[in-house]
Design a protein around this ligand. Structure first.
Ligand SMILES: Cc1cc2nc3c(=O)[nH]c(=O)nc-3n(C[C@H](O)[C@H](O)[C@H](O)COP(=O)(O)OP(=O)(O)OC[C@H]3O[C@@H](n4cnc5c(N)ncnc54)[C@H](O)[C@@H]3O)c2cc1C
Length: 249
């Protein structure tokens, strides 16, 4: 395929790519390996900016590489290909009583994109970023080599690839530590706060007691109301009466 256009979420800048290649299997060699032409992985293009675009260069689209490879029901360790979406994982894991440790504001992102942008969720103050829960991944480099990366193996690649914007190579697959949940329900409360000072008080108090926190701020309020908004805080809910595990365990 030649001179195709793919966009990021912000739809800016408009970029023309030389070639767009779809990686189908993690065992397939990288396209254009050993070529001097710049390559960049592309997931679902949900990046706000241009980090998934490669003006006049080549893109490797990963979304066909979306297979779940292994799941351990005891430990919650999930291994999947990097084009797997967070939606795919949630559909699989929630009925089994497991949840993603970190989820951004959309589930329509790939595991590779979530690692490369080291995305955060509303539990950032407690659980850190997506990359904090990646036990290992397989990385393909443009020289054709493949590396298993973890906190103890190829640590330089491991650290540089989490939040590395696809610049260290193509993540082929990853192992994620999922989080055990008592039910698919969350309990949430919304608190109206009057100004930025109340926001900081609430945030400090809430961060200690709640796993998920987020605030919506009225950007037009001024004077004494500057920063007013709605503060939402949530915890996982234990509601066994409503939650019937489809597998019965
Ligand atoms: C509505 C909405 C809400 C959002 N909310 C949040 C939020 O709460 N928190 C947050 O942190 N982000 C948030 N985001 C941003 C989004 O989570 C990130 O941009 C995410 O990285 C997009 O993933 P993607 O699969 O679409 O990757 P792309 O946008 O396609 O690519 C992102 C980066 O990852 C690289 N990449 C993709 N796949 C691979 C791979 N297999 N190997 C190596 N590198 C790869 C690309 O080269 C690029 O640098 C939100 C986005 C939207 C649209």
């Amino acid at each position: 395929m030649n001179t195709q256009t793919l966009e990021s979420w912000g739809r800016y800048p408009k970029t023309t790519h030389k070639r767009i290649f779809h990686q189908l299997w993690k065992s397939d060699p990288l396209p254009f390996s050993n070529s001097e032409e710049p390559l960049l992985p592309y997931g679902l293009g949900r990046s706000y900016g241009d980090s998934c675009l490669n003006q006049d260069g080549n893109l490797i689209v990963t979304t066909a590489m979306n297979r779940l490879i292994h799941f351990d029901t005891e430990t919650g360790l999930l291994t999947c290909e990097s084009g797997t979406t967070l939606e795919d994982i949630l559909n699989f894991s929630i009925p089994r009583g497991w949840f993603l440790p970190v989820t951004p504001g959309t589930k329509f992102v790939t595991v590779g994109g979530a690692i490369a942008n080291d995305v955060h969720g509303k539990n950032h103050h407690r659980d850190g970023n997506f990359g904090n829960h990646i036990l290992q991944f397989e990385l393909a480099r443009s020289d054709g080599s493949k590396h298993l990366c973890s906190p103890t193996q190829n640590t330089d690649f491991y650290q540089a690839t989490i939040g590395g914007l696809g610049l260290t190579g193509l993540i082929l697959s990853a192992t994620i530590q999922l989080k055990k949940i008592p039910s698919p329900w969350i309990e949430m409360e919304s608190i109206r706060y009057q100004n930025i000072h109340e926001f900081f008080e609430l945030a400090q108090e809430s961060d200690e007691g709640f796993l998920y926190t987020v605030a919506w701020i009225d950007g037009l309020a001024q004077g004494k109301s500057l920063g007013r908004g709605l503060f939402c805080e949530a915890i996982m809910r234990i509601q066994k009466t409503h939650y019937q595990h489809p597998k019965g365990n």
